[in-house]
Design a protein around this ligand. Structure first.
Ligand SMILES: [Mn+2]
Length: 195
């Protein structure tokens, strides 16, 4: 059975729909109105082998904040929904991902409790149409709505495009591992009996 979810969310600031298939092949159809953010979500889908459709109609006349933050909320909600009772999954995943000068670390625990750590200092205000400070907002929102522990750390980096892209790809690889199944896990991987 495919682990798939479709979530829509409409407020006065944004109108968002996300379709996520955790057992996909990396196909994506992304339209957020922010080109660089589309590029990041396409990479996330590709490298995690997720099929992902994201449509964001947001108040970009204000700025990108609501669009990016709310996309994180809806993607996190879709992830939580697609995971169901989390039986059979590895739960933990991590990745240290290089991209030229940038080296990003990402670790996730799909434990049902949100916790977020983000250590990265950007040196540019914007990359393309994306405010670099929104990278933190996106992953914060995603970690809370998916109810996961998420640690992101930039080990080193010079170019802000590379740094952000390394973060998205490291997250993608870490998440792909965490949602992956292990034949030895017959129930839920927790001494509590639930995640
Ligand atoms: Mn790129």
């Amino acid at each position: 059975m495919e682990r798939k979810a479709e979530v829509t969310r409409k407020t006065k600031e944004t109108d968002i729909s996300v379709i996520l298939n955790l057992d996909g092949c990396g196909k994506s159809n992304i339209k957020t109105g922010i080109g660089f953010f589309d590029h990041m979500l396409e990479g996330f889908a590709k490298h995690g082998f997720f099929d992902l459709s994201v449509t964001v109609d947001g108040d970009l006349q204000v700025d990108g904040h609501h669009s990016v933050e709310d996309a994180g909320i809806v993607l996190g909600t879709a992830l939580k929904k697609a995971l169901g009772d989390k039986s059979g999954i590895k739960r933990y995943g991590s990745c240290i991902l290089p991209m030229d000068d940038a080296l990003a670390l990402c670790a996730v625990d799909l434990c049902g409790r949100p916790y977020f750590v983000f250590e990265c200092n950007f040196t540019a205000e914007k990359v393309g149409g994306l405010d670099t400070e929104l990278v933190r907002e996106f992953f914060y929102a995603l970690s809370y709505s998916a109810e996961m522990n998420l640690h992101i750390k930039m080990i080193s980096g010079i170019n802000n495009h590379h740094m952000i892209e390394a973060i998205f790809k490291a997250f993608s690889k870490a998440l792909d591992e965490a949602v992956g199944k292990d034949a030895r896990i017959t129930d839920v991987l927790s001494t509590k009996g639930s995640l």
